[in-house]
Design a protein around this ligand. Structure first.
Ligand code: COA
Ligand code: AMP
Length: 631
C-alpha cells in the first residue's frame, strides 16, 4: 500500500486520530477535548472545546518564532506599477493597529464585518484584523453590483463595512464608493460605520457621520491583541451562488479551518514555511480566502497579492514575469487564465524571456480543466500540472493529486483521487452506490473533514435542504461524474443551475429573476453554454408579453444591461434571444437541461413528459440560427 493509501484509509477509518495529529500544526490556547463531536448530525463540530486565534496562527506565531523579517506578502500590481513587500513583523503591526481601529468602532467577538476591496494588501489586513478580534468577516467580490452587495449586507448585518475608493480592472478605473453608497441606500440593514481606504487613482466622497478614513483610523489606533475564540466559533461567511437569487452564506469555523488549510499546504501544494506560493485569484472568492490569505500565512510561507490579469497587464507573459521575479514555487489559478494566455501567445514565446527555475508545479481549479489546456500548459512549462476539484462549500480540495504525500500518475480529464478526509461516492438518483465507470451524482459520505462548511449562516434549514437531504448520510456536491476502476474521479459538471464563467460561480436562476422583472418579458430561461475562453457563458431565452411590439434588439440590450447592473459585469450575459414559447413538461417545468444539451451539441432524448414537442423544434432552429453549438 502506498503512502497516500495509508493516509487515506486512516483518515476515513480513524478520523479523530488523523485530524488530532494534523492539529499539532496549529498553536492552541486550549486543546480540544473532543476532536469530532458528531452528536447532532448532519451538524458535525470539529475540535469542540478547543480555543485558538486564527490571526495569531497566521501572523504572530511566525514573528514569535523568529521569522518576523521574512516577507509575508508581496503586493505586485502591474496596473499601478507597484511592487511592495511586507514582512511578518510589519504585517503584525498593521493588523494589530487596524484591529484596534475596528475595536474603537465597537467591533468585538461575534460581530460581522463586510469587506468589499480590490486586490491590495489592505484586504488581507482587514480580514486578519477581524480574525484577531474574533469578528466574522464576509468578503464580497468587487465585480458584484450594488444590489448584490445590498443582499449580502441585509443577510450578514455587518456592524462595519470596509472598502476602498476604487480598483483598477485591466485598463479601467472602477470607483467602488458610489457602489457601496448605493448598496447601503438599498439595504434595510445599515452598517454603523464605513471605513474607506483612499487610493491615489480615485478619491471617494465621504459621508460625514458614517464614513471613516482608513489611513487616519489606522494611524490613530492602539494595537489590539488576539482574542481567544472557540474552535467552533465562526471565522468567516462567504456568500456563493445557489440556484436562486439569494446566495448561500457558507460559514467556516476557526479550528477546523486552521487545521485543514494548514495541513493542505504541504499535503496538496507541497509548500513549506519560507516558500513563495502564488494564487492568482481574488480575495472575494474561496480560492482567495484559503490560498491567497489563510493557507500560505498559516504555513509561514510568502503569498502574492497580484492586482492584474493574465493578459493585457501588460501582455500574456505577465504570469511568467511574476513567477521569475519573485521566485514562485507553485501557482494556483483557473484554467480560463491559461486559455486566455494560450489565445494571445499560442506558442508561448514570451516564456523564453524569463527564468522559471524556481517553478515547481501549476495547480488549476474552479472549473473543468479541458485536456487541450492541460496538454498546452504541460508541454510549455514542463512541470506537473495539477487539476484539483473543490467548491466554496468545502473550502479546500476534495479530489487532488497530493504531491506532498505521494505524487500520482496524471490522467488528463481527472483531478485524480480523493484527498484524505473525503469519502467520495457516486450515487444514482435513488441514493444507490454506482460501480466504477458509471456516471451519477458525486456525493461525500458524512462526516465531512474539518475546514468544510459548518452550516449556512442564519439558515440551518437551507443547509439541510441544499446539501444533506437528497442522500441522507451524504453531502450532495451537485456535481455529476464517475470514478474509474483505479479510483480516479472524473467530474463532468454541475447538475443544477449553477454555472462557472471564467472560474466565477454564478447562478442562472438569479439572472432569470432579473430578466423576469422587465415589463415586456412574460417568461424566460437562462442556460449555461460552453465557451472556448471562459468555460461557460449564460444564454438568455425570453418570451415577450402578448401585444408587445417594440424592437426586440432594443429589449435584448436592455436585458443585458439590467443583468450587468443588478448582478455585475462578471455575469457576462451577452446573448439573448426571443422565442415564441419555452419548452415545458406537462406540469409546467421549463426543460432547461434539454435546452442546455441542444445548445452544447450534446445528445438528448425528447422528454416523455414534454407538453408540446414542437416547442423544442423551435428552440433547435433558433439556437442553430444564432450559431449554437459554438464549441
Ligand atoms: N471589479 C469590478 N469589475 C470586475 C472585476 C472586479 N474585481 N472583475 C471583473 N470585472 C469586470 C471586468 O472588467 C469585465 O467588465 P467588462 O464587461 O466591462 O469588460 C467583466 O467583469 C468580466 O470580467 P472577466 O471575466 O475578468 O473578463 P475579462 O474579459 O476582463 O478577462 C480573463 C478575461 C480570462 C483574463 C479573466 O476572466 C481572468 O483572468 N480569469 C481568471 C479566472 C480567475 O482568476 N478566477 C478566479 C477563481 S480561481
Ligand atoms: P466554486 O464554489 O466557485 O469554487 O465552484 C465550485 C464548482 O466549480 C464545482 O462544483 C464544480 O462544478 C466546479 N469545479 C471546481 N473545480 C473543478 C475541477 N477541477 N474540475 C471540474 N469542475 C470544477
Amino acid at each position: 500500500m502506498g503512502q497516500l493509501d495509508t493516509f487515506f484509509q486512516q483518515s476515513i477509518e480513524e478520523p479523530e486520530e488523523f485530524w488530532a495529529k494534523a492539529a499539532e500544526g496549529i498553536d492552541w490556547i486550549t486543546k480540544s477535548d473532543k476532536i469530532l463531536d458528531g452528536s447532532n448530525p448532519p451538524f458535525y463540530r470539529w475540535f469542540a472545546g478547543g480555543e485558538l486565534n486564527t490571526c495569531y496562527n497566521a501572523v504572530d506565531r511566525h514573528v514569535n518564532a523568529g521569522r518576523g523579517e521574512q516577507t509575508a506578502i508581496i503586493y505586485d500590481s502591474p496596473v499601478t506599477d507597484t511592487i511592495a513587500k511586507i514582512t511578518y513583523k510589519e504585517l503584525q503591526e498593521r493588523v494589530a493597529r487596524f484591529a484596534g481601529g475596528l475595536k474603537k468602532q465597537g467591533v468585538s467577538k461575534g460581530d460581522t464585518v463586510i469587506i468589499y476591496m480590490p486586490m491590495i494588501p489592505e484586504a488581507a489586513v482587514a480580514m486578519l484584523a477581524c480574525a484577531r478580534l474574533g469578528a466574522v468577516h464576509s468578503v464580497v467580490f468587487g465585480g458584484f453590483a450594488a444590489s448584490e452587495l445590498a443582499i449580502r449586507i441585509d443577510h450578514a448585518r455587518p456592524k462595519v463595512l470596509v472598502t476602498a475608493s476604487g480598483a483598477v480592472e485591466g485598463k479601467k478605473i472602477i470607483a467602488y464608493k458610489p457602489l457601496v453608497d448605493k448598496a447601503i441606500e438599498q439595504s434595510d440593514h445599515k452598517p454603523e460605520k464605513c471605513i474607506v481606504f483612499q487610493r491615489d487613482m480615485v478619491h471617494a466622497e465621504m459621508q460625514e457621520e458614517r464614513d471613516l478614513d482608513w489611513q487616519e483610523l489606522e494611524a490613530a489606533s492602539e494595537p489590539a491583541d488576539c482574542v481567544p475564540v472557540a474552535a467552533t466559533d465562526p471565522l468567516y461567511i462567504l456568500y456563493t451562488s445557489g440556484t436562486t437569487g439569494m446566495p448561500k452564506g457558507v460559514m467556516r469555523d476557526n479550528g477546523g479551518h486552521a487545521v485543514a488549510i494548514h495541513w493542505s499546504m504541504k499535503a496538496i501544494y507541497n509548500i513549506d514555511a519560507g516558500d513563495v506560493f502564488w494564487s492568482a485569484s481574488d480575495v472575494g472568492w474561496v480560492v482567495g480566502h484559503s490560498y491567497i490569505i489563510y493557507g500560505p500565512l498559516l504555513k509561514g510561507a510568502t503569498t502574492i497579492i497580484y492586482e492584474g490579469k493574465p493578459i493585457g497587464t501588460p501582455d500574456a507573459g505577465a504570469f511568467w514575469r511574476v513567477i521569475s521575479q519573485h521566485g514562485v514555487k507553485a501557482l494556483f489559478t483557473a484554467p480560463t487564465a491559461f486559455r486566455a494566455i494560450k489565445k494571445e501567445d499560442p506558442n508561448g514565446t514570451l516564456l523564453g524571456q524569463y527564468d522559471m527555475s524556481s517553478f515547481d508545479a501549476l495547480y488549476l481549479a474552479g472549473e473543468r480543466l479541458d485536456p487541450d489546456t492541460y496538454h498546452w500548459a504541460s508541454d510549455l512549462l514542463s512541470v506537473p500540472i495539477i487539476d484539483h476539484w473543490w467548491q466554496t462549500e468545502t473550502g479546500w480540495a476534495i479530489v487532488a493529486n497530493c504531491r506532498g504525500i505521494e505524487e500520482l500518475k496524471v490522467k488528463a480529464g481527472s483531478p485524480s483521487r480523493p484527498v484524505p478526509g473525503y469519502d467520495v461516492r457516486v450515487l444514482d438518483n435513488d441514493g444507490k452506490e454506482l460501480s466504477a465507470g458509471e456516471e451519477g451524482n458525486i456525493a461525500i459520505k458524512l462526516p465531512l473533514p474539518p475546514g468544510t462548511l459548518a452550516t449556512l449562516w442564519r439558515n440551518e434549514e437551507r443547509f439541510i435542504s441544499s446539501y444533506m437531504s437528497a442522500f441522507p448520510g451524504y453531502y450532495e456536491t451537485s456535481d455529476g461524474g464517475y470514478i474509474d476502476e483505479d479510483g480516479y474521479v472524473f467530474v463532468m459538471g454541475r447538475i443544477d443551475d449553477v454555472i462557472n464563467i471564467a472560474g466565477h460561480r454564478l447562478s442562472t436562476g438569479s439572472m432569470e429573476e432579473v430578466i423576469a422583472t422587465h415589463p415586456d418579458v412574460a417568461e424566460c430561461a437562462v442556460i449555461g453554454t460552453d465557451d472556448q475562453l471562459k468555460g461557460q457563458l449564460p444564454l438568455g431565452l425570453f418570451v415577450l408579453k402578448a401585444g408587445v411590439e417594440r424592437d426586440v434588439e432594443e429589449i435584448r440590450n436592455e436585458l443585458v444591461k439590467m443583468v450587468r447592473e443588478e448582478i455585475g459585469p462578471i455575469a457576462c450575459l451577452r446573448v439573448t434571444s426571443s422565442v415564441n414559447r419555452l419548452p415545458k413538461t406537462r406540469s409546467g417545468k421549463i426543460l432547461r437541461g434539454t435546452m442546455r444539451s441542444i445548445a452544447n451539441g450534446k445528445e438528448f432524448r425528447m422528454p416523455s413528459t414534454i407538453d408540446d414537442p414542437t416547442s423544442l423544434d423551435e428552440i433547435i432552429d433558433i439556437l442553430q440560427g444564432i450559431g449554437y453549438p459554438k464549441v
